[in-house]
Structure formats: structure tokens, C-alpha cells
Design a protein around this ligand. Sequence first.
Ligand SMILES: Nc1ncnc2c1ncn2[C@@H]1O[C@H](COP(=O)(O)OP(=O)(O)O)[C@@H](O)[C@H]1O
Ligand SMILES: [Mg+2]
Length: 276
Amino acid sequence: MLPADHHDGPWDAVFVPPGTKERLLGTALLVLRHGRALGTLSGPPHGLIVLSGPPGTGKTTLCQGLAQAAATAVARRGATTFVEIDPHAFPSEMLGESQRAVRRLFAETLPELAARRPHTVVLVDEVEALAVRRSTASFQTNPVDVHRATDAVLAGLDTLRAECPHLVLLATTNFPAAVDEAVLSRADLVLALELPGPDVLARIVRSSLAELATLWPALRPLAADTALHGKLAARCAGFDGRRARKAILAAVAQRPDLAEDPSRLSDVDLYAAVSA
Ligand SMILES: Nc1ncnc2c1ncn2[C@@H]1O[C@H](COP(=O)(O)OP(=O)(O)O)[C@@H](O)[C@H]1O
Ligand SMILES: [Mg+2]
């Protein structure tokens, strides 16, 4: 159930170009608030938002943050159910099995969940596992079942829109080229996230150090040293956001004495970690 107190982190933790979060929140809120009324339009929204981009660019985190931000915005009108679906958990070996599972998900499970609270946000992480693009999936390398699962996703999206016009479905994909065109064309918003540039990398370095400094206040000078952040970011060029955050964490894992007492971390350790 959202909004939840401990859930505010993700939305603020991901740095994206200006306007991006406004568009995401706007698209989600329009459907949560007015999805039923908009169902009368000739071109009604599908309530589907797709985030694509390389691994580690903050897609999953941003979706979790969006769910909380949207839930907070509509909280006055009631709580929000947030459902996270792992497509990799669907059986794929047995012919027809995943098709049935996907159909049940969209036609039964999600509508039932959506009936419980005024608002519902569903995240299908790494949707390509379910909706493999039929034109590129070959019948030799992909079981027929995969194509059926894609068909089931398409049919499911349409069922879901008819039954729950105010439900927001978030989907992420590392391989937009692998996701069926018919699924993408149903999206109200397709957002492509990119690898972070130098400015975003510097912000990631700063926020990672700031978080460590809340645990070990001796690290505050490192967290406040913007010149250092810029130089570290330059050495992280080409990193995705996850790798940049991990590099800062790895700095305190380089030696047992640092792991024992991270407040001993120095700029030399940080340079060594991002150059490793
Ligand atoms: N643009 C960004 N700004 C800040 N942090 C980021 C960014 N991109 C990725 N991260 C961080 O990297 C980690 C992995 O992000 P995640 O949402 O799992 O990426 P994805 O789902 O795209 O693989 C998270 O801790 C996230 O905070
Ligand atoms: Mg992810």
C-alpha cells in the first residue's frame, strides 16, 4: 500500500533531465484521476508507460519512485496498491503455460487487486521477457510459447484497459528493440533513459558520498567537495548510474581497515576505486 513513509527515496535518488519526472507524474496522474472519464474518448489512454534504456540507468528505481509520488498526489482520495511483477517468474518451457499465466494475470489477478483500493499502479519490470517482438523472434530460437505470451500480453492490455481504465501499468525494458511494436504503440508515454553524462555522474558521486556521510559524519568534507566530485565523475565516464554508485561503495571495501571504519575514507581511496 502506498504512499508509505519509507518509500520516498527512489524518486529523489534518480537524476534525470528537467521535465522528465513532471511528464511521468502527469501521465500517471491523468489516468489515476480521470481514466474512467477518458475511456469515452475516441483515442483513450492505455495507462501504459514504458521506460527503456541500458541496464543501470535507473528505470526500476524511477518506476518505484513514480508509484510513490503518484500515490502521494492522490492520497487525499484514497490509498494506492502497488504491484511489482517479475516476468522472469513466468514458466516458459511448457507449451501454452506462460500464455495461460499471462492471461490470468491481466484478466483475473490484476483486476481483482485493482478492485481493492481506489488507485492501482502495476510495474512489469523487464517486460521484454513477456512481450518478445514477434517480427524478430524466430520460431527456431524462440518457442512458439513466447509468441503466444506476446499475444496474451496484447490481449491482456486491452482487457485491462476495458476493465480498469484508471489502472497505471509501468513497464521497463533493457532492450526496446525486443519488445513487440504493438505493445509499444499502446504506450501513452515511452521514455528513453540514457547513460549518465558528466554532470549526472557528478551528482551521483555527490549523493552517494552524502549518504555515506549521514552514516559516518567524518565523511562530510568529502561529500561537500564539488571539485572532487567533478574529477571522480570524469574518471567514471561511460559508467551507468548503478556502476557509479557501486564504485563509491567499493571505495570503502578496498581494504579491511576501511571496511571496519569507513570514516577513514580519503580522496586517494576514491580515485583508486573509480579507476579500478
Ligand atoms: N540517473 C541516475 N541518477 C542517480 N542514480 C542512478 C541513475 N541511474 C541509475 N542510478 C542508480 O543505479 C542503481 C540501479 O538503478 P536501477 O533502477 O536498478 O536501474 P535499471 O532498472 O535501469 O537497471 C540505483 O541505485 C539507482 O539509484
Ligand atoms: Mg531494472
